[in-house]
Design a protein around this ligand. Structure first.
Ligand code: SAH
Ligand code: SF4
Ligand code: F3S
Length: 436
């Protein structure tokens, strides 16, 4: 038998890209590729890219520049670009970076095996279609190999919301839900392979409509699977948070008490300009209802500062909203103008204003994140152990609230959920002791 060919994938962007990278590796596995962590020994390098902000897209071109010497030293090396930059700028990539052999968008990567044949025969391959067929149906079922205890599972893709700043509706296409029976089958396969926690993914995961009762219905069906201990989902839009899902957050014991619910801004004027289609008060009301269902929930959000037209007063309203909600975790960004989106046409704020606002916002969010983390000290939480730490006997896992937790424990805890008493809080992690 010939030596297997080696595939190196570098993943940028969101968790859905992490999931897609796994599926692309599996698809190329059928063509005799095995994954390598060593770029230099690869026969094919795939960059799975993100287009969400300007910096993210620029990274792709600088990475391609860094790959040039490798390709010159090894002319048989194939270089591919996948993901959202591929979708947005496919032809442009081929023009700007002649070393690229293959460009594949996020909705057409089930065609990778055929594209691989083409590039092996010396051709270039570009596919950024939004095909009729469902890529997940075209791909084979997941391999049976043993896996780590956590996994992502895409249940919904695309977005019809068209927030004025965002490229995702253009790069991922229209909102589509996968059929529930396929998702349940994939979840069972994952559990059989050792997975204990599944994070359901979607650009608007709570718009999922492939099961009776929507995402809540799917979660209840997944909760029936023996051996699946934890369920999470991300990312949700406030307007798709229906009563059944709020109830499930309170009632489903396998659903973890962590919710990422981006609000972006606390100013009604800016929310309107962003096309978010809800007010700050409606968001606060929703948070109150969710917290009534699950009082210990840890809330997370995304924020954009410096959106076109954002005044000091608008920004202060965002700060007020943050003080009112008290977030346990958050991601915040300076507005980045994206070609083709409505907000890109508007006058941009000075960089210095964006920088100053981002620094103030992040200081407040960091304070809240630290306070939430410190409040865990003394509490008992579930921890799913994922890997060994660097210190002898140290095991690392994630708490129910998604904090990283370091514990002295026997190796057998790996892959198990154990009760842990939290004893200390460091800047980005917790320490604790096993209590069972
Ligand atoms: N579908 C998800 C994720 C979108 S991208 C959602 O609706 O939340 C993740 C985050 O990136 C967004 O929530 C937003 O805060 C940020 N983002 C998107 N476009 C951006 C832009 N043009 N500039 C700055 N941040 C942006
Ligand atoms: Fe982008 Fe808005 Fe859709 Fe999220 S809801 S993916 S921010 S357009
Ligand atoms: Fe980036 Fe595409 Fe995800 S733009 S955030 S990789 S959906």
């Amino acid at each position: 038998m010939s030596e297997p060919k080696k595939l190196f994938i570098k993943t940028y962007g969101c968790q859905m890209n992490v999931y897609d990278s796994e599926r692309m590796a599996e698809a190329l596995g059928g063509k005799g590729y095995v994954e390598t962590k060593v770029q230099e020994e690869a026969d094919m390098i795939l960059l799975n890219t993100c287009h969400i902000r300007e910096k993210a897209a620029e990274k792709v071109y600088s990475e391609l520049g860094r790959l040039r010497p490798l390709k010159e030293a090894k002319p048989d090396l194939k270089i591919g670009v996948a993901g959202c930059v591929a979708q947005a700028e496919g032809e442009e990539i081929m023009r700007r970076a002649p070393l690229v052999d293959l460009v594949v968008g996020p909705q057409s990567y089930h065609r990778l095996p055929a594209m691989e044949d083409a590039v092996q025969s010396g051709a270039k391959a570009l596919d950024t279609d939004f095909p009729e067929e469902d890529k997940f149906e075209e791909l084979k079922s997941r391999p049976k190999a043993h896996r780590g205890p956590t996994a992502f599972l895409t249940v919904q893709e695309g977005c019809d919301k068209f927030c004025a700043f965002c490229v995702v509706p253009y790069t991922r296409g229209a909102e589509v839900s996968r059929p529930a029976d396929r998702i349940l089958r994939e979840a069972r396969e994952l559990v059989d392979a050792g997975v204990r926690e599944i994070t359901l993914l979607g650009q608007n995961v709570n718009a999922y409509h492939g099961h009776e009762g929507g995402l809540a219905g799917l979660i209840w069906a997944l909760a029936e699977i023996d051996g699946l201990e934890r369920i999470r989902f991300t990312t949700s839009h406030p307007n798709d948070m229906d009563d059944a899902l709020v109830a499930a957050i309170g009632d489903c014991s396998k659903l973890m008490p962590y919710l990422h619910l981006p609000v972006q801004s606390g100013s009604d004027r800016i929310l309107k300009a962003m096309n978010r289609k809800h007010t700050a008060a409606e968001y606060l009301d929703l948070i109150a209802r969710i917290r009534a269902a699950r009082p210990d929930l840890l809330l997370s959000s995304d924020f954009i500062v410096g959106f076109p037209g954002e005044t000091d007063q608008d920004f202060e309203q965002t700060m007020d909203l943050i003080r009112t909600v008290n977030f346990g975790q958050a991601y915040s960004f300076k507005y980045s103008s994206r070609p083709g989106t409505p907000a890109a046409e508007k006058a941009q704020l000075p960089e210095a204003v964006k920088n100053e606002r981002l620094a103030r916002l992040q200081a407040l969010l960091t304070e809240q994140q630290r306070a939430a983390q410190n409040s865990m000290v003394g509490r008992e939480v579930g921890v799913l152990f994922e890997k060994a730490g660097r210190l002898k006997g140290q095991m690392i896992g994630k708490s129910d609230y998604l904090h990283a937790v370091y514990v002295q424990a026997p190796i057998e805890v790996l892959g198990q959920t154990r009760r842990v008493r939290i004893t200390e809080s460091a800047p980005n992690s917790l320490g604790g002791v096993l209590i069972n």
